[in-house]
Write a new protein. Sequence first.
Length: 222
Amino acid sequence: MTKILIVDDEPQILRALRINFAARHYEVAVAADGGSALRQAADWHPDLVVLDLGLPDIEGIDVIHGLRGWSQVPIIVLTGRVGSADAVSALDAGADDYVTKPFGLDELLARVRAATRRAAVQQAETPVVRIGDHTINLTDKTISGGVRLTPTEWHLLELLLRNPEKLVSQRHMLTEVWGATYVTATHYLRQYMAQLRRKLERDPAHPVHLITEPGMGYRFRP
């Protein structure tokens, strides 16, 4: 049974999520503040954390940093505004995805399923991925159909393919590929992602695998 820790200071949200997740056969624990969340995570070792960023004692970002000090547990954050700076900061701190309040339960459940599938794929370390008509081998760095990528294109593509369905922030991608001094050079990402779509997507103008989330980052959708 998948163990989920839900962290939110609103009692009605905690109660509703606990009931709905338990009804879908998840094992659920709850915490109303950041300190309790960190203690609960250390004692219980959840498989996934749903974390509200607005907590009464510790900033949600600090809870993420605390968890990432010892665990790679998937973290889905709850935030108040689409494309907010808080959501970007959470992703950069190590969160896996975000859902905007007020949210639909179906959307949150879908993000939870995606995050748990992604964790299972990462544990299996599957090196072969398909995009459209192409098979990509991440171990050999080869692509079917004679497609060739530059080293920079490979680096960007691998960041996305090794995190299927996860939103990878612009800042993280820029830092990983070009370095910390390039965190504002988002035009680099637009240019290279356009090149990757031209090489890999069946219809580059309407991509179905290499997805842009405006102002936030990019997501690989298998």
